[in-house]
Design a protein around this ligand. Structure first.
Ligand code: 5AD
Ligand code: SF4
Length: 478
């Protein structure tokens, strides 16, 4: 069965759709109870997430639906329902999924009740779905990034039929609100403010798999955050592929800076984070709002991708090295304490040693607190994939190592600067290595470990940063 949908077919009101999905959940609850009685045990489910923060948030929505049905969530793939929420931004993410599918097949042979579902960005690629249809017949359900809300409906379809259920939408204008969602932490939460991307950076597959930009209504966002706060959340992360272009397609257009001001007013909310910011859309009014905010954290993730204006042009990033550095200057002048992080791609087609030197130059000038460095990965269907001068692997590897060294040296220097200061930390968990310690997150996104107990989790406390350990601290509560 193949339920192909296109944008034009989706005309339902959100609330109708939400109700429809709750009906499927109700039906599945009945099925679940019968099934557990039949086999004499509860059914378990495992959601594995391979991608970014957006994927992690989607995984919470999937978990929310499964928990409503009755599934007991487990960490291991030896479960009755395994869902892989996949990523395709770089090729190694894809390879990982194929590798793991073989293992799932073995598990399924041992457990006749087992179902396997694949969803997320990778499933938005036709070639991937074709390959799974052909070589991985034991997969039960495949769905994409636009129709996660339909999980219960798709499960029902699978139970009613014998074959693989495939439901991939090419794009959508629909945003379905108010479905169940499970949160990984009780004190912090990710909140989607927009979906999709319109930028088409020439190396990037995201616009093809996540569709066009769609912003949620500010009222829905504020309502969700208020509910989260009432539920004990003190820190939120606003999520979008390009948060700085939030609100452009709303019926009543609104800027991201304006949205932040609305969110700032929410009583009980202590910290606001957001990602990701595209430099080309970062406005002066956003800098002003950040500067005067009492809640927005002192951290900005500002992907540069390359320091070479020539490469940036081919990447379709729509800024030059000079414009980026000027933006960083304005940000730092307004907020000297800001911690900047970035994404960098090494080995984009045609990147020369001179281009790479420009990237190193930007790193030295900006002084990032940390940088996510990626080796360019060819993504079929993107303009960069057909560019001729792909850089030799050995050259890329050598540049990557140089870049990493530079980034780490600067990052260690910057981290050291905060040593012996007292800062607020949101306690997130008991330390994984030493149970007498807790781990807290500073406003600038760095971690500090200090003596404390479970009662502190979810609280914001003052901590002296006694010792810098490279990219984290050992501290004490004051
Ligand atoms: N190859 C390598 N890195 C990529 N990114 C996106 N597409 C690619 C690609 N094809 C990186 C960018 C982006 C981050 C999320 O992933 O740096 O900011
Ligand atoms: Fe990809 Fe560029 Fe969109 Fe980011 S802004 S998701 S890098 S196309």
């Amino acid at each position: 069965m193949n339920l192909e949908n296109t944008m034009s077919q989706i005309t339902k009101e959100f609330s109708d759709e939400t109700q429809r999905q709750y009906q499927f959940i109700e039906n599945l609850k009945i099925w679940y109870n019968k099934k557990t009685q039949e086999i004499g045990r509860t059914l378990t489910a495992c959601v594995q997430c391979f991608g970014c923060q957006m994927n992690a948030r989607d995984a919470e929505k999937i978990t929310g639906i499964l928990e409503q049905i009755g599934y007991q969530m487990v960490e291991t793939e030896e479960a009755d329902f395994v869902i892989y929420n996949t990523c395709t931004v770089r090729e190694n993410a894809n390879l990982k999924v194929y590798g793991r599918l073989g293992y799932l097949n073995k598990l399924k042979k041992k457990n006749p009740h087992m179902m396997i579902a694949l969803c997320g960005c990778m499933m938005q690629e036709q070639t991937v779905v074709d390959k799974i249809k052909k070589s991985y017949r034991y997969v039960d359900i495949i769905f994409g990034t636009h129709n996660i809300f339909k999980l219960a409906e798709l499960m029902q379809a699978r139970l009613d039929s014998k074959g693989m259920i495939i439901d991939i939408w090419k794009d959508t204008t629909e945003i379905v609100e108010d479905l169940p969602s499970e949160r990984k932490y009780r004190f912090k939460a990710g909140v989607n403010i927009m979906f999709g991307c319109n930028n088409f950076c020439s190396y990037c597959i995201v616009p093809y798999v996540r569709g066009r930009e769609r912003s949620r209504n500010p009222e829905d966002i504020v309502k969700e955050i208020k509910q989260l706060v009432a539920d004990g959340v003190v820190e939120i992360m606003l999520l979008g592929q390009n948060v700085n272009s939030y609100g452009k397609n709303l019926e009543n257009p609104m800027t991201f800076a304006e949205l932040l001001q609305e969110i700032e007013k929410i009583e009980g909310l202590e910290r606001i984070r957001f990602m990701t910011s595209h430099p080309k859309d970062l406005s002066d009014s956003l800098i002003e709002v950040m500067k005067h905010s009492k809640k927005i954290c002192t951290h900005l993730h500002l992907p540069v991708q390359s320091g070479s204006s020539r490469i940036l042009k081919i990447m379709n990033r729509k800024y030059t090295k000079e414009q980026y550095l000027d933006l960083v200057d304005r940000i730092k002048t307004a907020m000297p304490e800001i911690s900047l992080t970035t994404d960098i791609i090494v080995g984009f087609p045609g990147e020369t040693e001179e281009d790479f030197e420009e990237t190193l130059d930007v790193i030295r000038k900006v002084k990032y607190d940390s940088a996510y460095t990626f080796i360019y990965s060819k993504r079929t269907g993107t303009p960069a994939a057909s560019m001729e001068e792909q850089v030799d692997d050995a050259v890329v590897k050598e540049r990557f190592n140089r870049l990493l060294k530079e980034v780490q040296t600067i990052s260690a220097e910057l981290t050291k600067k905060h040593e012996n200061t007292v800062q607020k930390a949101l306690v997130e968990q008991i330390n994984e290595q030493d149970a007498s310690l807790v781990t807290g997150r500073l406003s600038n996104n760095l971690l500090v470990h200090f003596k404390g107990c479970e009662d502190l989790i979810g609280k914001i406390v003052d901590v002296r940063l006694n010792e810098c350990k490279g990219f984290y601290y050992i501290g004490e509560m004051v």
